[in-house]
Design a protein around this ligand. Structure first.
Ligand code: SAM
Length: 276
């Protein structure tokens, strides 16, 4: 008997993967959590039926949500990640030579545990001496910080459940206060094809607090539509300007990709103009 898992990317579009084994299937205090073994992408973490990360393509998203800011800020010593409980973004952050501390704030401890149990290439970051892992609501945590971080990265689920307020203007302004006076915010802002309302909301909300706000994209095979967006809010530095030359080669990110990622399809640049 064949077993398939389907993520409904829209009410009328499913992304199906043939599965050879289910490793975890539970209801946490915050969401439904599953880990399955897919034939195409290896082990896959799903939350509330949405693909979070896979063995095979995790590097694209985790490099692109971190390396753009890490390499366009001249001294990213203190970096905070809200969400990101799989540990992939934290791995990129703590491996960056200029980072002295990566603080991860994940609301659901069961996500961290699932990563420890099944995704060693991601959860290796939790035990890095530069890493601090806090189980808490990122919204509450950020409200309590003042001029502490050089970079804040919001690696959250889509705006449902505990993540709703992570896409709000009030949260973005509290991030502004939690950042140093030359700090940067990066958020994952969903699919340019299927989530134009979310991209506009993030861009408009971040623009309200930050003098520089830009969107960039990357191709993530297992995310809805395969094209993903990220939105950067910066107090001082232009995120398109590379300030640091990578020593460690990445698998997706390069200085050329850094520049190209900000070249947006016409429909997306028009969407952002309309949303301002
Ligand atoms: N890359 C994925 C994406 O783009 O959808 C996100 C991966 S990461 C697993 C998302 C994490 O955000 C989840 O583990 C979820 O528990 C966490 N999260 C959601 N709302 C949160 C909040 N208010 N504070 C901290 N973590 C939160």
């Amino acid at each position: 008997m064949e077993l398939w898992v389907t993520e409904y990317q829209t009410p009328s579009l499913g992304f199906s993967l043939r599965v050879s084994e289910t490793l975890r299937n539970e209801k946490t205090d915050y969401q439904h959590l599953a880990v399955v073994v897919t034939e195409q992408f290896g082990k896959m973490l799903l939350l509330d039926g949405m693909v979070m990360t896979t063995d095979v393509d995790e590097y694209v998203y985790h490099e692109m949500i971190t390396q753009i800011a890490l390499n366009s800020h001249p001294n990213p010593a203190q970096v905070c990640i809200i969400g990101g409980g799989d540990g992939g973004a934290l791995r990129e952050v703590v491996e960056h030579p200029q980072v002295t501390k990566g603080t991860l704030v994940e609301i659901d401890n069961r996500v961290i545990q699932a990563s420890r149990d099944f995704f060693p290439q991601l959860s290796c970051s939790f035990d890095n001496p530069k890493a601090e892992v806090i189980v808490n609501d990122g919204i509450q945590f950020i409200k309590e910080q003042q001029a502490r971080f050089d970079i804040v990265i919001v690696d959250s689920t889509e705006p449902v459940g505990p993540a709703v307020e992570l896409f709000s203007e009030s949260f973005y302004s509290s991030v502004y206060r939690a950042l140093k006076d030359d700090g940067m915010l990066v958020v994952q802002s969903e699919s340019p094809f299927f989530n134009q309302d979310i991209i506009q909301m993030a861009y408009r909300g971040i623009s309200k607090s930050f003098p520089i706000t830009k969107v960039y994209t990357a191709s993530v095979p297992t995310y809805p539509s395969g094209l993903w967006s990220f939105t950067v809010g910066s107090k001082k530095y232009d995120p398109e300007q590379i300030q640091y030359q990578m020593e460690r080669p990445c698998r997706y990110y390069t200085p050329e990709i850094h520049k190209a990622a900000f070249k947006l399809p016409y429909f997306l640049s028009q969407l952002l103009k309309a949303g301002k």
